[in-house]
Design a protein around this ligand. Structure first.
Ligand code: ZN
Ligand code: MN
Length: 247
């Protein structure tokens, strides 16, 4: 149920009764082995899986995100939006979809730095969108402690801030888009230091040259499949409880 593949008549007949999923990502470096689109591919692929279990439809994703924290912006290709641009882009899309009859929305986020800005867009939408109900959800927040223990049994869990282009994102990409993963370039790496504050402009020793922040060699397609199904299960349960999905 991809909106971009629907006709306007199909859209008209479905928009009010389905949960509308807006994937939001980034164009951001993800090491030597993953494409710039990781943060878009993951939530969009999860959204498609959710549609197999729920009455939902997926809007074309927002393929750019807010500026990467730490040294992410130092890498060629990391192409980011100003906060006001992301707020307005998200708000325009939600408002138009509301105007067409959409009422139940899931903003499915794949890039940590987007959260405050999509939240602001939803706050602005709700000022004059009677009956709208919106959930904002980042996929990694749906991963249970038990699943973390299982996925990181060998590597050890470094915390989600450091899980960039590493075990979970690489595994999910091996499952969702194996053709986009350069298997021979998967490496383990880490920052020389991880300050608990933000420095502007960012010095280059807070991000390793590779762009990989942890142990990507511990990734596997099997872990990706298990994780994807786990997260989709959590999203479906959330949607039934919070967005009142009947099916
Ligand atoms: Zn990412
Ligand atoms: Mn990201």
């Amino acid at each position: 149920m991809l909106v971009e593949h629907m006709t306007w008549e199909q859209y008209r007949d479905e928009v009010a009764r389905r949960i509308i999923i807006l994937p939001v990502g980034s164009l951001e470096q993800h090491g030597p082995h993953l494409p710039l689109s990781v943060d878009v591919v993951i939530p969009t692929s999860l959204a498609k899986m959710v549609c197999e279990e729920l009455e939902a439809m997926v809007l074309p994703p927002i393929a750019y995100g807010y500026k990467a924290q730490g040294g992410g912006q130092l890498f060629p290709g990391t192409t980011s939006l100003d906060g006001t641009t992301l707020i307005n882009l998200t708000l325009d899309i939600l408002r138009e979809t509301y105007r067409h009859g959409g009422r139940r929305f899931l903003v499915l986020n794949g890039h940590y730095e987007n959260v405050a800005f999509v939240t602001e867009a939803v706050q602005l939408l709700l000022r004059d969108a009677d009956g709208a109900r919106v959930v904002i959800l980042s996929w990694w927040d749906q991963v249970s402690d038990e699943m973390v223990d299982e996925l990181f049994a060998e590597a050890g869990f470094p915390g989600w801030e450091t899980e960039h282009a590493a075990v979970t994102e690489t595994s999910l990409m091996q499952y969702f888009a194996p053709d986009l993963v350069r298997e021979d370039r998967i490496i383990d790496d880490q920052s020389e230091r991880m300050p608990k504050y933000s420095i502007f402009p960012p010095p280059d020793d807070i991000v390793p040259e590779s762009g990989v922040l942890y142990k990507a060699t511990y990734a596997s397609r099997e872990k990706g499949e298990k994780l994807a199904k786990h997260v989709v299960g959590a999203i479906v349960q959330m949607a039934r409880e919070e967005l009142g999905s009947g099916s």
